[in-house]
Design a protein around this ligand. Structure first.
Ligand SMILES: *Cc1c(COP(=O)(O)O)cnc(C)c1O
Length: 246
């Protein structure tokens, strides 16, 4: 087996084990292989190893790579392209045109622009709201640092969720979060737990029939995220190794 295959199988095995320890069904967890900075050849190799969900965090990179991969594998390869990065408003059309799922919606302005373009394209984009419960990693994400106590924050999150659910080009799939880079496991786990509770609360508030999905967990913390209910883990380095810089 190649290094990539060996690493991929190790990640799959770890997801399975962690899910079982948490009394969860491993099939409820989608592994999004984060291929940002890696060339198309790496994606093709990953596809051959069995991966079907790919994550990119720069709109231009998605725009460039998807057609090249489709030229090799066809448009019906079964690949699902996840856009996981923060989106700037002038790049919404790229994501509307090239992504199958969007993980990091954090502003209504972006939501409106995306939806308009998607409507023109006759598509609906499954979308996660990015929320920021730790306040530490960056400014991205809807402020939810004190959502349990702050009626103002809860109101904002609810309005955001309801607005997104009503937009014709988007379909609200879940909630996404990023844990702080360097923190103790207990702290990271609390971030994931608070995010899961927020998703449960939002489902209830909005009267949604199905639970909201939870996109959380990366190379350093995906086991903690799975223990707290992650349905989508976004993993790059554990599969592909350290990234080359642009
Ligand atoms: C890069 C990235 C990941 C993957 O990070 P790794 O540490 O390589 O697993 C996950 N989510 C987002 C939003 C990213 O930008």
């Amino acid at each position: 087996m190649s290094t990539l295959e060996t690493r991929y199988h190790a990640v799959l095995q770890s997801i399975q084990q962690t899910a079982q320890q948490a009394k969860r069904n491993p099939d409820d967890i989608t592994l999004v292989a984060v291929t940002k900075t890696w060339p198309v050849e790496t994606i093709l190799e990953a596809y051959a190893a069995g991966m079907r969900h790919f994550g990119e965090n720069r709109a231009e990179e998605l725009e460039e790579k998807r057609p090249l991969v489709e030229a090799e594998l066809g448009a019906d390869s079964g690949i699902v392209w996840h856009f996981i990065g923060t989106l700037q408003s002038r790049k919404t059309s790229l994501v509307a045109d090239f992504a199958d799922t969007f993980h990091a919606l954090d502003r209504l302005k972006i939501a409106n622009r995306l939806s308009k373009r998607l409507e023109e394209n006759g598509r609906r984009l499954p979308t996660f709201l990015e929320i920021n419960v730790s306040g530490e990693i960056s400014k991205s994400g809807v402020n939810a640092t004190d959502w349990e106590n702050s009626a103002t924050q809860r109101q904002e999150i609810r309005t955001f969720g309801e607005t997104v659910a009503r937009l014709p080009g988007l379909s609200l799939q879940g909630v996404m979060t990023m844990a702080p880079w360097e923190a103790e496991p207990d702290f990271i786990r609390t971030v994931f737990k608070r995010t899961r509770r927020l998703a449960e609360w939002l489902q209830e508030e909005m009267g949604l029939e199905r639970p909201l999905a939870l996109s959380m967990g990366m190379t350093n913390d995906y086991q903690l995220a799975i223990a707290e209910g992650a349905t989508h883990v976004r993993i790059g380095r554990a599969i592909f190794g350290e990234r080359q810089t642009h």
